[in-house]
Design a protein around this ligand. Structure first.
Ligand SMILES: Cc1cc2nc3c(=O)[nH]c(=O)nc-3n(C[C@H](O)[C@H](O)[C@H](O)COP(=O)(O)O)c2cc1C
Length: 401
């Protein structure tokens, strides 16, 4: 066990905030801010976590809880707890072979793993590294032809569910990334990287890992016909043009054989539309506050979506989950499971696989303790009667326009 793995396993690391601090020490600022930051004024980023603090529990006390059954089934996949690791692009910047490393930790913990299109690792290798249920997240970067080829490969490699992200109409304006020059880190020009050198050189652990890993030069799951993998330097421009529309969704529905989930739903309108287009589930998500700043915290949007879906599909949520008690609150408000992005990305940055494992373990023991204190033996018992939400949360859905 290396020093970083020992550190995250030490008793002084008790929560995700501790992992975040460890990641901030290990990663160069440009990489840490890429993970940690949000769009524009980061209002939605803050709101996502604040919303969890606003919801209060209503426990049933004087109950002896002899077991905590957290097993969860969603869209044909079975998890040891209601948790999936969310798609996190450019994970190879955070840790060598980042996607493979995180998927391996998810597999050992029996939680789900959703691989991003903008992965630096081939999807077949990610799949081979883990026994957990795999989901694949699709952007139309590289166009429809590249997407079709990726979906064929993903299906053959055993990815069971396809998550289509719909909240990237254009690239969110992440002020920290612009200020730090994050774009040049994945760009072609070595000259342009010179201003980053002082920051990179003061993080030799990260730098040697990044260089040994071969840097991150292309997207092996975005094969452009006649050209091969999309170079990383072209990703941002391609992403900016790759909005997924309802028409694309209809096309994808025809070619993807497995279950389909729409990620980035915040309203009853989009939830209903997703179902009409053939989705078996929706993820209430605002991309972790990285896209449109000023949208509602996802926990706040969740009841409206749950009501609109009316049990006809699975509803999952992500954004701001930093504690197991947050998972319990999301389940009380109707989510089947949650996805976490930063919570595990901090662990990945702090100590690779050991850090991701520690993040999952923290969330699992938190949830277990929360259930015991709420007086429930199974996550399936969690419902609206176990929480109060502030009166200011208008839970009436807006009439469709
Ligand atoms: C560094 C980073 C990269 C991300 N990359 C992707 C991506 O490639 N595709 C995607 O659908 N969502 C992406 N997301 C959003 C996450 O999937 C998820 O919605 C979000 O992180 C949830 O919020 P949380 O970080 O507060 O848990 C990314 C998030 C982060 C933090």
């Amino acid at each position: 066990m290396n020093w970083h793995a020992r550190r995250v396993a030490s008793p002084s690391v008790v929560n995700i905030a501790d992992l975040r601090r460890a990641a901030a020490r290990r990663l160069p600022r440009v990489v840490f801010d890429y993970v940690d930051g949000g769009a524009e004024g980061e209002v939605t980023l803050r709101e996502n976590t604040r919303a969890f603090e606003e919801v209060v529990f209503r426990p049933r006390n004087a109950v002896f809880v002899s077991r905590c059954d957290m097993r969860t089934k969603t869209l044909g996949c079975e998890f040891s707890m209601p948790l999936l690791l969310a798609p996190v692009g450019f994970s190879r910047l955070i840790h060598p072979q980042g996607e493979i490393t995180a998927a391996r930790a998810a597999g050992k913990a029996g939680v789900g793993f959703c691989l991003t299109t903008i992965s630096g690792c081939p999807l077949e290798k990610v799949s081979a590294a883990t026994a957990c249920p795999r989901w694949y997240q699709l952007y139309l970067v590289g166009g429809r032809e590249a997407a079709e080829a990726a979906l064929e490969r993903a299906w053959r490699a055993g990815f069971a569910v396809l998550a289509i992200t719909i909240d990237t109409g254009t690239f969110g304006f992440r002020e920290r990334d612009v200020r730090n020059g994050a774009g040049v880190l994945v760009g072609k020009s070595s000259l342009a990287k010179i201003p980053l050198l002082p920051n990179l050189l003061t993080h030799p652990g990260w730098l040697s890992g990044f260089l040994r890993d071969g840097g991150m030069l292309e997207l092996p799951n975005v094969m452009v016909a006649g050209r091969g993998p999309l170079p990383l330097s072209e990703t941002q421009a391609s992403l900016a043009k790759s909005v997924v529309t309802w028409a694309d969704l209809r096309w994808i529905r025809k070619i993807w054989k497995g279950a389909l989930v729409v990620k980035g739903v915040l309203t009853a309108e989009d939830a209903v539309r997703s179902l009409d287009e053939g989705a078996a589930g929706v993820v209430v998500s605002n991309h972790g506050g990285r896209q449109l700043d000023g949208v509602a915290a996802t926990l706040r949007a969740l009841p409206e979506v749950v009501k609109a879906v009316g049990g006809r599909a699975e509803v999952l949520v992500d954004g701001g989950v930093r504690r197991g008690s947050d998972i319990a609150k999301a389940l009380c408000l109707g989510a089947r499971a949650v996805l976490v992005g930063r919570a595990y990305a901090y662990g990945l940055g702090a100590a690779g696989e050991a850090g991701v494992t520690r993040a999952i373990e923290i969330l699992r023991t938190d949830l277990q303790r929360t259930m015991a204190l709420l007086g429930v033996e199974s996550t399936t018992e969690l419902n609206r009667s176990y929480v109060d939400v502030p009166a200011s949360w208008d839970l009436q859905p807006h009439p469709p326009r």
